[in-house]
Design a protein around this ligand. Structure first.
Ligand SMILES: Cc1cc2nc3c(=O)[nH]c(=O)nc-3n(C[C@H](O)[C@H](O)[C@H](O)COP(=O)(O)OP(=O)(O)OC[C@H]3O[C@@H](n4cnc5c(N)ncnc54)[C@H](O)[C@@H]3O)c2cc1C
Length: 428
């Protein structure tokens, strides 16, 4: 078969790997000039490692990703340091990256709340019955089982931060997946995620996969010969099968011929966007060496998370620069999407003194702002019924995106899993 894949993110590259190994001709169309998709990175000339445009790390439980890395012969390039994640309580930061640290967290008080927190955490780790959990919202479930104090202190800020106005609508299976599939140690690739994406693409090319960068697909149509036609700006090309790995919205635009029901399903899926600023600083921001600051929305910070990357990966890889991310998950149309980089910096800068009172504006060397409308799918109650099938109603057309990895939360690990699942279905 001659197969086209739209998108050279981890979903598209993983599908290409298996389809090529099965002996088919595979061409990847990628609109950007680089591979890696949402997990891509960039590099200053004096840096040895790249920095991800949107903060990224792996968990030790990311078995699909680790499996793929193993197959590519790159396992020795993966490292799993143990950076510190902290949570705010009454103007102080407390470690919050293990059950033990969570139990020590003063925000829960003593006695019954800690016990409820512990039992709820344990239950969610043990149970596999996410189907029962998706019937209720996380808001209602947590209020009932964890109690008001635990929910409002620990879980509600997370829901509000990730889902803003939709926080009360998100189902409990999302929270289950988050607690189930995460570890304290966080992983990255020697050289950064972009290095890994480039090595993956190099391997695909060696295997005979063609990767066309800067190839923006404009439409996909069924042709009279029973195949699929693709227009990527040049001559229209014909394929036996096509796999699309973009957002559901883009998929609907690319293939308007999809039956009404499938199109409606795509367009009804909700998601949040993200705006993330990357700063290079002359000094370390967190004197304590914290990596990830969880920031409750009601604490008045202009961002949801502050992440000091160089407290995870040594600054020596970045020519001595200290790398900090400040980011938020936002609804499309939020003012941050239309602000200039300078305006956004003005918005964020006053908060930096809260992480280090000595912070001065002169510490900022350079700023990059990355924005995406499609960053985090929003799973509503009984969401499993809303997931579009990988095999679309059009013969030869397939779709695999972040919105379909449910009940798991989006992540590069699940992009690999769904890419390989899509390849199996296409081969089947
Ligand atoms: C803020 C943020 C933080 C994250 N943190 C983590 C993390 O810590 N760990 C983790 O594992 N994951 C994280 N993720 C999620 C992770 O980035 C995604 O789950 C994963 O990259 C999705 O891969 P994909 O292949 O499904 O899609 P994408 O990476 O989105 O790939 C789709 C590709 O299609 C291309 N494309 C789109 N339209 C066209 C077109 N018309 N023609 C040709 N090409 C097109 C795009 O350019 C893109 O390269 C994070 C994401 C965000 C936004």
């Amino acid at each position: 078969m001659k197969i086209a894949i739209i998108g050279a993110g981890y979903g598209g590259m993983s599908a290409a790997y298996d389809l090529r190994q099965a002996g088919h001709e595979v061409i990847i169309f990628e609109s950007a000039n680089f591979v890696g998709g949402l997990a891509a990175g960039f590099k200053e000339p004096h840096w040895d490692w790249s920095v991800e445009k949107f903060y990224h790390h792996w968990f030790q439980s990311d078995s699909s990703m680790m499996g793929m890395i193993e197959e590519l012969g790159l396992r020795d390039k993966v490292i799993f340091p143990r950076p510190l994640t902290v949570m705010l309580y009454k103007d102080n930061w407390y470690p919050f990256d293990s059950i033990l640290n969570a139990l020590r967290f003063p925000g829960l008080g003593f006695g019954i709340n800690k016990i409820r927190f512990g039992f709820v955490g344990l239950f969610l780790r043990i149970t596999n019955n996410w189907k029962a959990l998706e019937k209720e919202t996380a808001d209602a479930w947590m209020m009932k089982w964890a109690g008001k104090k635990v929910y409002e202190q620990m879980w509600k800020p997370l829901l509000i931060g990730k889902f803003g106005p939709f926080y009360k609508d998100v189902n409990m299976a999302w929270m289950w997946a988050r607690i189930k599939a995460r570890t304290t140690r966080l992983g990255t690739f020697t050289g950064g995620f972009q290095k890994f994406a480039d090595l993956f693409a190099e391997k695909l090319r060696e295997m005979g996969v063609e990767i066309r960068l800067g190839a923006n697909v404009k439409f996909i149509k069924q042709n009279q010969a029973g195949g699929m036609s693709i227009d990527a700006g040049g001559a229209v090309e014909s394929f036996d099968k096509v796999l699309v790995t973009t957002s559901p919205n883009l998929m609907a635009k690319l293939c308007p011929d999809l039956p009404e029901n499938y199109l409606k399903g795509l367009l009804e899926l909700k998601s949040m966007g993200a705006v993330v600023m990357v700063l290079s600083l002359t000094q370390q921001l967190s004197k304590e060496g914290y990596y990830w600051f969880n920031l409750p929305k009601d604490a008045g910070f202009p961002m949801l998370a502050l992440v000091e990357h160089t407290n995870f990966v040594p600054k020596e890889h970045f020519g001595g620069d200290h790398i900090v991310y400040a980011g938020d998950y936002l609804e499309a149309g939020h003012k941050y999407f239309s602000m200039s980089d300078d305006q956004l910096l003005e918005q964020f800068i006053p908060a930096f003194k809260k992480f280090n009172p000595a912070f001065e504006r002169t510490w900022v060397k350079k700023v990059w702002v990355n924005k995406t409308n499609y960053a985090q799918p929003v799973p509503l109650v009984n969401h499993s019924k809303n997931i579009p099938a990988i095999q679309t109603p059009i013969h030869g057309l397939y779709f695999a995106s972040m919105s379909q990895v449910y009940p798991w939360d989006r992540g590069t690990n699940f992009a690999v899993e769904i890419g390989r699942r899509a390849a199996r279905i296409m081969l089947g």
